[in-house]
Every structure is written in structure tokens, then in C-alpha cells.
Design a protein around this ligand. Structure first.
Ligand SMILES: [Zn+2]
Length: 312
């Protein structure tokens, strides 16, 4: 049941209410912002309206405002607020696992480093809140030296169209059942497979190619493999890809919100996969090498967090 706040008329659905607003010469945005005003906690401006759910959920208009509020508000209030963000998220989305760095950074929730600062250890807090941990705040650094022995090779899938160039590592082209890159010694790399994506591959896979991508992930799952989706673009750029001229195609209806909604859904549904966003192809190649030659460290840590902390 939805009631019009202007004239008290009742409607079965929001949709009907929204259609009725024309009678008051009101648009949906204007209706909610005038009848249910909500303001950004940091700068006091009205919360931007995209959807009703988002409007009533958001306390800030931007992550920058959230960040600045965390810096300036009383610490106890900040702790309570940040903890509650996780509680709310868990309940609303029925989360099973502690959100990853990518999940947090694509929502109006602070990153893991901020939780570590406020609570000592993000993962302990998550456990306390009833979330399962896939990773830990391990100080183990992905060094890439542990398994740097002669004879190791990086396999590149035959279908990989734009192979990365690796310095000082032998490569071999092979047909892989999933992913684009694998290591010649499966035991040493904990059976890690890496799928490389350009920004436009990433957009295509997480929208129209979604079902096919799920099948690929399931093949990796059945083979008991590790699976890293490595995007050769920074997370911030991917979050605003609709402003990147070389990526954005006129008429595309896919939004970053939609893509990252799918990323978060996959991260919860398939706990063995990780998304990692790095700056450009040179860093992508370095990262592949480090992940393959660091034993199984990639399974224990959140790769995006390690990258953000410059430990990867
Ligand atoms: Zn009305």
C-alpha cells in the first residue's frame, strides 16, 4: 500500500502512486525530495534521487562526503555508523560472507582499511556480526619470489586475443578450459586461473555475457580451481566508465550501478572467485606473475585490498 502524501489517496503499488503524481504536476524525484526530504550528512545537500530504495538508503551523495564525514565526526558516532552499515547490508542482502574490498568500494560503505583503523580488524568485526570470512588481514606479501624457479611457465589460452607481455617468464599458448592464464605448476599456484578483461570486455561480460560467464565460473568451481578476474583498468575508472570516452558507446543502457551489482552478486555466490582492478596492462602482467609465483597467498587475502595498500 502506498499513500500519496499530498492528497492522502491510497494506491496498491508505488508504480500507481508514481503515475498519480502527474495530477499534482509533480515528478517522482520532486515528490520524494519535497515530501520526504533527506540530506547528506556531510554537506547537508538533498540526497539525489535515482530509485526509491536508493533514496531512502543513502546518507551521503558521494564517497568523498562519506570519507570526509568519517574524518570529522566524533569517533564513537563514526564507529557506530560504520558498524551499522554492515549490519544493514547483511540483513538487506542476506549476506553470507564478509563483503570484499571491491564490494565495499562500489557501495557507500568505507573500505576495509577504514574498518581496520576503527575496529582493529575488519574480519573480526565481520565474524562478530555473523559473517563468514573468506580472507584475513594477513601481512603476507605477494612477493613473487617464493616460487621463482627455472622451468615454470605461464600458459596463455589460445583464444586470448591481446596477450599480456611477461618479462623473464616463459610462456606457452595452450587451450585452457576456463580463464586466460594459468601456471604450469598447479600445486605451486594452488590451481589459480586468471581471466583478463579490458574495460569493454568487463562491461560486456557483466551485462549481456553474464549467464555465459556464470557457466565459466562454474567450470572453474567443478575443477576446484582458484579464479581471479583481472581488469586492466582502475576500479575508480570502471565505476565511472560512462565518462570514459574510449569505452562509452552512445546509446548503451548499461550503467556502472548495474555492472557492480552483478559483481557483488557473483562475489557472494562464488566465494572462491576474486575481482581485481589494476591500472593498465603493464601492471596487469606484473600482477599475474606475482599471483602465480607467490604460492597460495592469493587464496588467503583480498587481492584488491592488497593492491590498494600497494602490497601487490
Ligand atoms: Zn495525490
Amino acid at each position: 500500500m502506498a499513500k500519496c502524501k499530498v492528497c492522502d489517496k491510497e494506491f496498491e503499488t508505488d508504480r500507481q502512486l508514481h503515475a498519480h503524481l502527474k495530477a499534482h504536476k509533480l515528478r517522482v524525484v520532486g515528490y520524494y525530495q519535497s515530501q520526504y526530504p533527506r540530506h547528506d550528512r556531510q554537506d547537508g545537500k538533498i540526497i539525489k534521487f535515482k530509485t526509491k530504495e536508493q533514496y531512502f538508503n543513502d546518507d551521503f551523495n558521494t564517497r568523498t562526503n562519506l570519507k570526509n564525514w568519517i574524518k570529522s565526526a566524533p569517533k564513537e558516532e563514526v564507529r557506530e555508523y560504520c558498524k551499522n552499515l554492515l549490519v544493514k547490508r547483511k540483513k538487506k542482502k542476506e549476506l553470507e560472507y564478509a563483503p570484499t574490498q571491491v564490494e565495499l568500494r562500489t557501495l557507500l560503505i568505507p573500505p576495509i582499511q577504514c574498518y581496520n583503523d576503527l575496529f582493529g580488524d575488519y574480519y573480526s568485526l565481520c565474524e562478530e556480526l555473523g559473517l563468514k570470512n573468506k580472507h584475513s588481514n594477513s601481512e603476507e606479501i605477494i612477493s613473487g619470489s617464493e616460487y621463482k624457479k627455472p622451468g615454470y611457465k605461464i600458459y596463455i589460452d589460445t583464444r586470448e586475443k591481446k596477450p599480456l607481455r611477461f618479462k623473464d617468464v616463459e610462456t606457452e599458448t595452450r587451450t585452457l578450459k576456463f580463464g586466460d592464464y594459468a601456471f604450469s605448476d598447479e600445486a605451486a599456484s594452488c590451481k589459480c586461473y586468471i581471466e583478463r578483461k579490458s574495460t569493454s570486455d568487463f562491461i560486456g561480460t557483466l551485462s549481456g555475457g553474464y549467464d555465459r560467464f556464470c557457466k565459466e565460473i562454474e567450470r572453474a568451481q567443478q575443477a576446484n580451481a582458484g579464479f581471479v578476474i583481472l581488469v586492466e583498468e582502475t576500479l575508480n575508472n570502471c565505476l565511472s566508465f560512462n565518462y570514459l570516452p574510449h569505452v562509452y558507446k552512445k546509446g548503451t543502457r548499461v550503467t556502472p550501478e548495474y555492472l557492480f551489482h552483478n559483481v557483488r552478486k557473483l562475489s557472494q555466490a562464488y566465494p572462491f572467485i576474486q575481482f581485481l582492478f589494476v591500472k593498465g596492462r603493464v601492471e596487469a602482467a606484473e600482477t599475474v606473475k606475482k599471483i602465480f609465483t607467490s604460492g597460495c597467498v592469493f587464496k588467503k587475502i583480498d587481492l584488491q585490498l592488497a593492491y590498494d595498500r600497494k602490497k601487490l
